[in-house]
Design a protein around this ligand. Structure first.
Ligand SMILES: [Fe+2]
Length: 475
């Protein structure tokens, strides 16, 4: 028998519009906005099976909430990569793990001229009054939040000396805090801010060599940005030597010969306050960070090495016995007055997709983190709530159900940090349907679920935009 999780890595080409979903119970009537999630939609282009989980063509999944009812829309992002894939059956630009369909000379030329993919499967970001689907690319693809139709493109690196911006970013009170990456013989990551969706202002530039750390996300405290420089790097020398033969970003992922550290930057002044040395680690996602006396506390899902990236090939994820990299939920303490990082495991993995009550607690001391947890196979099998004072953990799970990132949405007049719901788009592998789960975040019990008319591939990140609170819901 096929392992059920394989269904999470299979194409869904059907696009649906404004379908009223059957639900087991009404959703909270105070949910009055839109949940927009992003993730893989199509896993092959022409005759080519895409190689890595970060390669598939991006599909948006949208849910509108109105007086307890839920309606559903899904749509592929109409990137240039998507257009060429559908019209010509070919790969326009190299994807993280699959090379472009090109001659060696054309590949080399495109690499030298900084041509990046525009297929944005990581997440979405609201800048000003516009919504963009994003990935590690210079291009944000503008989306109509109601119809999920593609309505424009924007160069998110304009005004920055950079090749790409990260897919993960922060938005606080309408101000974006982002990282832009400049790759080459001298590589650099630039922390920037962007007020009200306008032009970005560079804050601080961290310069590395031709083998910089691979950075997927970063954390904020009230005063600082915390930027992880792990041992996992992208070797651009190796990439440029191999690109004519079809080398990709994935082939260039290699351990750096540098001490891993966390860079702490003052957000107001740009001062590089500290580079705090750490034992070997790699981080995709942060739950939160905050200041505690002379230390900065950083909570994240931490891996040991580069297999966190190289282990996410689709052939491994689809296999009967996947060899998955294990990320633990870890608390790092960063002394700012000298000394190295101290770490403590909060929850043994594999866990991923950490979230918090972002609107209320991002950058501040907090009580609760939520994660997707795996007990076997390639996909999460539970949602865990970690009470950090303990730490103690409560989980919700159901056989054959694979929950996605749990997004916290606060109640309108909350009575406590965890007064709200978790929305998680899950895959029911027995029914071969996806379902939208709504859990009570305080009690970790199910309030309602809405059943979709089809199965979706397992997704990455989403955001909930309420009509009265259009803020971001995760980093
Ligand atoms: Fe991510």
């Amino acid at each position: 028998m096929d392992p059920g999780w394989r269904l999470g890595f299979q194409t869904q080409r059907e696009e649906l519009r404004d379908v009223a979903l059957d639900a087991t119970a009404p959703f909270p009537d105070w949910l009055d906005g839109t949940l927009v999630c992003n993730g893989p939609g199509q896993f092959e282009v022409g005759d080519t099976d895409l190689t890595h989980w970060f390669d598939p063509l991006a599909m948006l999944r949208g849910f509108r909430f109105d007086d307890g009812a839920v309606s559903y829309t899904n749509r592929f992002v109409r990137s240039e990569d998507f257009r060429v894939a559908r019209e010509h059956g070919s790969i326009r630009r190299s994807l993280p793990g699959t090379p472009a369909d090109d001659s060696a000379v054309a590949r080399l030329y495109r690499a030298l001229t900084g041509a990046f993919q525009d297929n944005p499967s990581i997440g979405v970001v609201g800048l000003g009054d516009r919504l963009y689907a994003v990935t590690e690319s210079p291009i944000g693809i503008e989306i109509d939040p109601e119809t999920l139709e593609t309505v424009g493109r924007r160069d998110l690196t304009a005004g920055l000396d950079a090749d790409t911006t990260l897919g993960h970013t922060h938005v606080e009170d309408g101000t974006q805090w982002g990282l832009a990456a400049d790759f080459g013989r001298k590589s650099a990551y630039t922390l920037f801010r962007r007020d009200a969706g306008d032009a970005p202002t560079p804050i601080t530039r961290l310069v590395f060599d031709s083998h910089p750390p691979y950075i997927h996300a970063f954390a904020l405290t009230e005063r600082y940005a915390v930027i992880p420089a792990s041992t996992v790097g992208v070797d651009f020398g190796r990439l440029s030597r191999g690109i004519a033969r079809g080398a990709t970003f994935l082939d260039a992922i290699a351990p750096r010969d540098a001490e891993p550290s966390f860079h702490v930057v003052d957000r107001a002044t740009g001062e590089h306050v500290a580079a705090v040395p750490a034992d070997q680690f790699f981080i995709y996602h942060f739950a939160n960070a905050y200041e505690d006396g002379d230390e900065v506390v950083v909570d994240a899902v931490a891996y040991e090495d580069e297999t966190a990236v190289t282990g996410l090939t689709l052939s491994n994820l689809r296999s009967d016995e996947p060899d998955l990299p294990r990320g633990d939920f870890v608390r790092f303490r960063l002394p700012l007055d000298g000394g190295g990082v101290r770490r403590k495991r909060l929850l043994r993995g594999p866990v991923e997709f950490p979230t918090i009550n972002y609107g209320q607690r991002n950058g501040r001391a907090y009580q609760y983190a939520y994660l997707a947890a795996i007990d076997h196979g390639s996909l999460p099998t539970a949602i865990a709530k970690v009470a950090l004072a303990g730490p103690t953990t409560r989980t919700w799970s159901e056989p054959d159900l694979h929950p996605g990132e749990p997004l916290f949405v606060p109640a309108p007049t909350p009575n406590g940090e965890d007064d709200g719901v978790l929305l998680s788009l899950a895959l029911d592998t027995r029914a071969e349907r996806s379902v939208l789960l709504c859990l009570d975040a305080a009690t970790m019990t199910e309030r309602a679920r809405a059943v979709l008319p089809h199965r979706l591939p397992y997704g990455f990140h989403g955001q909930y935009y309420g009509s009265s609170d259009p803020g971001r819901s995760m980093a």
